[in-house]
Write a protein that binds this ligand. Structure first.
Ligand SMILES: Cc1ncc(COP(=O)(O)O)c(C=O)c1O
Length: 333
């Protein structure tokens, strides 16, 4: 088929002017509506990618569009040196619907995990003193692409080329409590994991695994961090994936579907941990702008009130019956 010259131009120009960090499909998308997107030749696609676990309310969501427009006309950005109502509202909603007492807003999953790593280390330093800074994470995990989060990511292909990585990360196989126990020396301050591994291949925890991890961490005074950047925000049929397992972490990170496509991340923790972050200990210019938090608040309200989470739960049960397992595998490599 003849290429639309516009398409060629966009793709050729993108390849000419941008870093080649993405292996892209030769498709230029111009429009979205619900779970469908269209390319610049008018071809319609059913969007199973959803921006990689982001657009849970679909494209062109009226809730998102309306909120964006209204908040844009009121206030887009102010410094975090001031209070804003949307930011406070969203923090309150997240706290009221989770284990957490406190929220820090940022712009992405990697940033949320950076905040979690910093909080875990600072808390440990203040409570237990120095030499207790190691964070254990899992083989095949994914926590982001910044230097700290790629150092925490258990995939050599993500880390390749960036030595020296940050010190103080140790890896064990997912779903292996004995290996975790053995790795938990006196220098460990935190265990960081995705309750269901996403980029590692959609790997579910064994039935009691997370409970056992929680018990180990509690016994040893080690902080438990759940990275719910990919699996959080209702995508598993509960607002947060760990709720399926009857336990709670000390710190949780969110991003992706939190803004349905408007960039926002969040790091949540208990009051006990939160005390380690005082004024000046962590900050970001764009974290929790009125615009981002107004959109995210509308997204969260819709997820909870308009039946999206229960719909995910219902459809999850149908696919579970069809495949006779909750997700593809429960491996421990
Ligand atoms: C579990 C998990 N954590 C963190 C990240 C990083 O998020 P971001 O790309 O927003 O920095 C991702 C991205 O895929 C992820 O899946």
């Amino acid at each position: 088929m003849e290429k639309n010259p516009e398409t060629t131009t966009t793709q050729v120009r993108a390849d000419r002017y941008m870093f080649q960090t993405y292996g892209r499909f030769p498709v230029t998308l111009v429009k979205g509506d619900g779970c469908r997107v269209w390319d610049d030749e008018g071809k319609e696609y059913l969007d199973f990618v959803a921006g990689i676990a982001v657009c849970s309310l679909g494209h062109g969501s009226p809730v998102v569009c309306r909120t964006l427009k209204e908040q844009c006309e009121k206030l887009v950005h102010v410094s975090n040196l001031y209070y804003t109502e949307p930011q406070t509202d969203l923090a309150q909603m997240l706290v009221e619907h989770s284990f957490a007492d406190r929220v820090f807003f940022c712009n992405s999953g990697a940033e949320a995990n950076e905040a979690a790593i910093k909080l875990a280390r600072k808390y440990s330093l203040e409570k237990f003193g120095p030499d207790r800074h190691v964070i254990i994470s899992m083989n095949n995990s994914f926590h982001g692409r910044t230097m700290a989060t790629l150092s925490a990511t258990g995939q050599s292909k993500i880390q390749a080329g960036y030595d020296p990585l940050l010190q103080g990360f140790r890896f064990v196989p997912f779903n292996d409590v004995a290996a975790l126990d053995e790795a938990m020396d006196k220098d460990v301050c935190a265990v960081m994991l995705e309750p269901i591994q996403g980029e590692g291949g959609v790997v579910c925890p064994a039935p009691d695994y997370l409970k056992q991890v929680r018990t180990l961490c509690s016994e040893k005074g080690v902080t438990l961090i759940f990275d719910e950047v990919q699996v959080g925000m209702g995508r598993t049929g509960k607002l947060f994936a760990h709720e399926h397992f009857g336990i709670a972490p000390d710190i949780m990170t969110l991003a992706k579907a939190l803004g349905n496509g408007f960039p926002i991340g969040a790091m949540l923790s208990t009051n006990k941990m939160g005390q380690a972050f005082g004024p000046g200990s962590h900050a970001t210019t764009f974290g929790g702008t009125p615009l981002a938090t107004a959109v995210s608040k509308a997204v969260l309200q819709s997820l909870l009130q308009d039946g999206w989470v229960t719909n995910a739960e219902k459809n999850g049960r149908i696919s579970q019956v069809r495949t006779e397992q909750p997700c593809r595998k429960t491996r421990n490599d």
